[in-house]
Design a protein around this ligand. Structure first.
Ligand SMILES: Nc1ncnc2c1ncn2[C@@H]1O[C@H](COP(=O)(O)OP(=O)(O)OP(=O)(O)O)[C@@H](O)[C@H]1O
Ligand SMILES: [Mg+2]
Length: 281
């Protein structure tokens, strides 16, 4: 009985958050690094289903860095990272698209549907969802910079109670495919949708300082400092850039949270303090 009462109290404590967030748009970036553990993945899918069923509008963008690496290795295709972005040759681009759009996107979408959540898996090629040009004049090969987001497609899907699951692949007028860093993709989608918040699930507690301790709040000045002294490096660079872009373009806050923690999304949504690092300007 005690346990049942406690469960009832916990469920009841979620009510004010559900009331606050109902019908609001939340963009969630599901990092490739957070997708590796099958049990955690199942919990993540259930949490998305729960958020969806209480009326929160969820848009999922996924990465897939680790899986892409393993396929590129198997095919003996070299890829290197510059400023946290993968230089993407034409050959590598084919693999990136197959893994993101063909494999990971469909797996997440199918798992959501299996859980009773209406989900549609799309990439930037569907209804011209994401148009792009080469980033920095092609310095990174087929890495693109998003120039246009078809927000109407996503809004229509949300209005029809679907969870859009987006693979970060974009297209140009010549039908070239572009590899878009999933964090930057999430930020462009979030601002195009006027989302309430953007949440990045990754494989660290959040942004860590030089001593390896969690920094729970960050503003623009502090981000610049941490980038300049290289406390923030590798894959965390596009993530903070994405978070900063969101905050400068109407999204209320961006959160970097630990995808290795079971139910991290519920802790983020249904507690006052949340978890991880909050970026707010
Ligand atoms: N200051 C920092 N605090 C925390 N992590 C950092 C920091 N600087 C660099 N990192 C690195 O950033 C990594 C997270 O970015 P990464 O691109 O690897 O994962 P992801 O974005 O979640 O996955 P994917 O790119 O596949 O979507 C961490 O695992 C860590 O190694
Ligand atoms: Mg990354």
């Amino acid at each position: 009985m005690q346990n049942a009462l406690k469960t009832a109290e916990i469920i009841s404590s979620a009510l004010p958050y559900i009331q606050k967030f109902r019908d609001k748009i939340f963009v969630i970036k599901y990092g490739g690094s957070a997708q590796l553990d099958e049990e955690l993945k199942q919990k993540f899918i259930r949490d998305i289903s729960l958020l969806h069923i209480v009326g929160i509008k969820i848009v999922l963008i996924h990465g897939g860095g680790k899986k892409i690496n393993s396929y590129l290795d198997r095919l003996d295709i070299k890829s290197e990272f510059i400023n946290g972005l993968r230089f993407t040759s034409k050959e590598a681009m084919e693999v990136v698209e197959m893994v993101l759009s063909g494999n990971i996107n469909k797996e997440i979408t199918a798992l959501l549907n299996q859980n009773g959540t209406r989900a549609v898996g799309i990439s930037g090629k569907d209804a011209n969802l994401l148009k792009a040009t080469p980033l920095d004049s092609g310095k990174y090969g087929f890495v693109g910079e998003i120039t246009d987001v078809n927000a109407k497609l996503i809004l229509d899907l949300l209005d029809d109670s679907f969870v859009p699951v987006i693979a970060p692949i974009a297209v140009d007028d010549e039908l070239n495919s572009y590899n878009i860093n999933a964090d930057l993709c999430a930020s462009k989608v979030a601002t195009a949708l006027n989302a309430e918040r953007v949440i990045f699930l990754t494989d660290t507690k959040g942004i860590l300082n030089k001593q390896g301790e969690l920094i729970s709040k960050l503003n623009k000045t502090k981000i610049d400092e941490l980038k300049n002294d290289e406390t923030i490096s590798g894959g965390m660079i596009p993530k903070v850039d994405a978070a900063a872009w969101c905050c400068q373009n109407g999204v209320k806050s961006a959160h970097i949270i630990d995808g290795r923690l079971p139910h991290s999304l519920l802790l983020e949504f249904f507690t006052d303090d949340g978890i991880g690092t909050m970026i707010k300007f």
